[in-house]
Design a protein around this ligand. Structure first.
Ligand SMILES: [Zn+2]
Length: 260
């Protein structure tokens, strides 16, 4: 529902492996999840941009730690989840709210995708999804505050989007995630192909994010928990027989947690 198709989206690297997303149009800039101020301020100065808004997906420090310092540099609107205690949120939003940022001709729909944190949200507009730490490329965030059922439902919301949607997540975790995906589905050629491509990108220090939802549907085990191969692999490796789809999902997450 992003109305402007002439936007440019660039990752600004922050902390160890975070991506702050820079959305640009007409010399205006929106940043998503600024965990650090310095690289954002440098980016603004280098490209001579006007900061039009900050969007926040959830309260974790590596997604919010730079907000105060950025605001001291340039006052702007900060959108973020209504129920999470994030300092400096000027525009609290919740599920299905529509955000409009006229300076860039941008429009986003807010999607509640709890699980990683209880009030985690995503911003969805014209083929782009900024989903923080809920869905990762080839993987999924840890379930810190919510339940496996909430996270499962959040995955279903993402799965229901058009499969051409670009997935912009908050971290560069693709290679490690694909290693786990290969453990779950050793014979899935799409996963192997994606792993080789990601390895090549990382060798050149290039981001593997964004990914297209159709790629995620074919290779991300957490979007494939209704697939028989995934279920059979889970039964074999975890030596359990999950009773329902939530139990399958919970066990898959537990399995991933054991791999680090
Ligand atoms: Zn997080």
């Amino acid at each position: 529902m992003l109305t402007n198709n002439n936007i440019k989206v660039t990752p600004i690297k922050a902390l160890t492996d975070n991506y702050i997303w820079a959305i640009e149009s007409n010399n205006y800039l929106v940043v998503v999840d600024p965990g650090e101020a310095k690289p954002v301020i440098e980016y603004i100065k280098k490209h001579n941009l006007n900061l039009a808004a900050i969007l926040v997906t959830h309260h974790h420090y590596d997604h919010t730690g730079g907000i105060a310092e950025i605001l001291a540099f340039k006052e702007t609107k900060v959108w973020g989840p209504v129920n999470e205690s994030i300092p400096n949120i000027s525009n609290p939003v919740e599920n299905n709210d529509i955000i409009e940022i006229p300076l860039l001709d941008l429009k986003f729909q807010v999607l509640a995708i709890p699980g990683h944190t209880i009030d985690h949200i995503a911003y969805y507009g014209s083929s782009n999804l900024f989903c923080g730490d809920t869905l990762f490329t080839a993987g999924m965030g840890r379930i810190f505050e919510g339940t496996a059922e909430q996270m499962y439902n959040s995955m279903q919301i993402i799965k229901s989007l058009p499969n051409t949607t670009n997935i912009y997540c908050g971290h560069e975790y693709t290679l490690a995630n694909l290693k786990f995906a290969m453990l779950v589905e050793p014979h899935n050629l799409e996963i192997q192909k994606r792993y080789e491509e990601a390895k090549l990108l990382r060798k050149q220090n290039l981001p593997t994010v964004p990914a297209i939802l159709s790629t995620e549907l074919a290779t991300n085990p957490f979007l494939r928990t209704d697939n028989n191969t995934v279920i059979e692999s889970l039964v074999k490796n975890r030596k359990i027989i999950p009773q329902d789809k939530i139990a399958i999902f919970r066990e898959l997450r537990a399995w991933k947690d054991t791999t680090g």
